[in-house]
Design a protein around this ligand. Structure first.
Ligand code: GDD
Ligand code: MG
Length: 363
């Protein structure tokens, strides 16, 4: 059986002041489509597996809001981790839950892992590639990644290395498949620039495909303690003992799947993804996701923009009507929310997180 797990428990702090604890990035409309990032992710998944086989993994404080959002999947498929343990914890919890709920063995279950923070405007090439990646994962004892051709030395992504002149391992010419030489999560800028120059690296799209037995085995090599936690957690959930499950889960480290598993895994393969793809990671991503005016500005919520260039001016006031105006800006971001305002140069978009931390410290 094939299932899809959409990871949707991130905090999305870099989209403050729009993203908040109870309404993080994945529940916001950030691509100009009118749908939330999570709605888009669910819709894409429905073209690959039936709704009953789609799971959303999230944090407990978001579970009800997601269940109430009428996304077209069963309410019990919105699963909540007992506490936040990053994407490694998320996938361990989802795996244990799915094993406990179905009567299938880990060999019989193939899982596709998707994220809730990506813009993929063309569904058809995406569905073809992902359908193929699922089939490859079902047939091979390997962790399957989807690689995106890199276009800038981005430090916020993982990089997938293939050998020079690597030959495709796939049977179908339409879908190349390469063995992965190494996986490097979030390199420094100079490393990322070297990777791009070498021509041997893909960006990691953040989507993964594997049989659950392969996931268990590879975790056993990469991180035996976490693999044991997966086993204990599965036992606790099978025994219908949520308190024991929560205690077991609590002991996991807060680490992403990229560091915990992918960087250390033995057998990784990559399917190149030939579709438009973007991680909607911070405010500057709107340059790529929204239409720009003749001066390169992104304007949302009808602000008055005079003599500005290459700036993002976002009036996000929902409850109150606030007029927003900007004059003479260059490469700036201005976001006006109902109860908060953000102003910064575009190249500081990664630092918005510092504001959130600072406000949290103030209490
Ligand atoms: N359920 C759950 N629990 N989901 C989580 C958690 C968690 O604790 N933490 C993050 N997520 C969700 C986010 O909501 C997002 O949809 C997805 O997992 C990925 O998390 P990010 O925090 O956005 O990861 P990233 O973008 O920094 O890096 C990953 O994705 C990149 C591509 O988008 C890595 O896989 C990189 O290697 C990759 O290039
Ligand atoms: Mg992301």
């Amino acid at each position: 059986m094939k299932v899809i797990v959409i990871m949707a428990g991130g905090t999305g702090e870099r989209f403050w002041p729009l993203s908040r604890f109870t309404k993080p990035k994945q529940l916001l409309t950030l691509t100009g489509s009118g749908q939330s990032l999570l709605e888009e992710a669910v819709e894409r998944s429905m073209a690959i597996v039936p709704p009953a086989n789609i799971f959303i993994a999230t944090s407990s404080h978001l579970q009800k809001a997601i269940q109430d959002a009428e996304l077209g999947i069963p309410a019990e498929n919105v699963i909540a981790e007992p506490c936040r343990r990053n994407t490694a914890g998320c996938l361990i919890y989802a795996t244990a839950t799915i094993l406990a709920r179905t009567n299938l063995s880990p060999e019989e279950l193939t899982m596709g892992v998707l994220t809730a923070d990506q813009r993929i405007p063309d569904t058809e090439p995406f569905v073809n590639t992902i359908g193929n990646a699922m089939d490859v994962a079902e047939k091979n004892d390997a962790l399957i990644t989807v690689g995106i051709q890199p276009v800038r030395p981005e430090t916020g992504y993982g990089y997938i290395e293939v050998a020079a002149n690597a030959k495709s391992l796939g049977d179908d010419k339409a879908y190349p498949l390469f063995s992965v030489a190494s996986f490097k999560e979030k390199p420094k800028a100079d490393e990322a620039a070297k990777y791009i120059a070498s021509g041997r690296f893909y960006w990691n799209s953040g989507m993964f495909f594997w049989r659950l037995s392969t996931f268990q085995n590879e975790f056993g090599h990469a991180n035996p303690v976490m693999a044991e936690t997966l086993e204990d957690l599965t036992d606790a959930l099978m025994a219908n003992d949520p308190d024991r499950a929560a205690r077991i889960f609590d002991a996991l480290p807060n680490i992403s799947i990229d560091y915990a598993l992918m960087e250390k895994a033995h057998n990784v393969m990559v399917v190149p993804g030939n579709f438009i793809w973007d991680d909607v990671g911070a405010w500057d991503a709107l340059d790529r996701t929204f239409p720009r005016d003749n001066n390169g500005n992104v304007r949302v919520g009808d602000p008055v923009v005079i003599d500005c260039n290459d700036s993002i001016v976002y009036n996000a006031c929902g409850q109150k009507k606030i007029a927003v105006g900007a004059v003479g800006l260059k490469d700036m971001v201005v976001v006006v929310g109902d109860d908060a305002v953000l102003v910064m140069p575009k190249n500081r978009a990664q630092d918005v997180r510092k504001i959130v931390i600072s406000l949290r410290d103030r209490g």
